[in-house]
Design a binder for this molecule. Structure first.
Ligand code: SF4
Ligand SMILES: [Zn+2]
Length: 119
């Protein structure tokens, strides 16, 4: 459950505004889209992926205090690290190869079975 950026109370992820302090939490007119807000002095852009890779062309960059597209760069790095950890197990290269060559393996299996039947 997320916390309200203003009053820090636990709130429902679907809430359009905080039930305690009434701060809007979703983008105006787009009730499904979360509205990210800067906490403290730093702007959102300072920790945003789209600022880091220079792909954002929003006029409020680099001083955005509110943004619907904000993507926390630390979460992306964490996700990439976790992916690397899960991919580094011993069987991973073999299973990846099998997944990629599934069709050929199936054909080879069918050929082998037909060969056995023919004998
Ligand atoms: S997407 Fe929003 S938070 Fe991210 S760099 Fe652009 S304006 Fe800043
Ligand atoms: Zn609140």
């Amino acid at each position: 459950m997320p916390n309200c950026p203003r009053c820090n109370q636990f709130i429902d992820i679907q809430s359009l505004s905080c039930p305690y302090c009434r701060i809007p939490l979703k983008a105006y007119g787009h009730s499904g889209i979360p509205l990210h807000r800067a906490i403290g002095e730093a702007s959102l852009c300072e920790s945003c992926t789209y600022n880091a890779d220079d792909t954002c062309n929003f006029p409020q960059r680099p001083h955005a205090r509110e943004c619907t597209l904000y993507q926390d760069i630390s979460q992306i790095k964490l996700g990439a690290k976790q992916n690397r950890n899960t991919n580094s197990n011993f069987f991973s290269p073999a299973s990846t190869w099998v997944r990629r060559n599934q069709t050929w393996l199936l054909l080879l299996g069918l050929l082998f079975i037909s060969f056995l039947i023919a004998l």
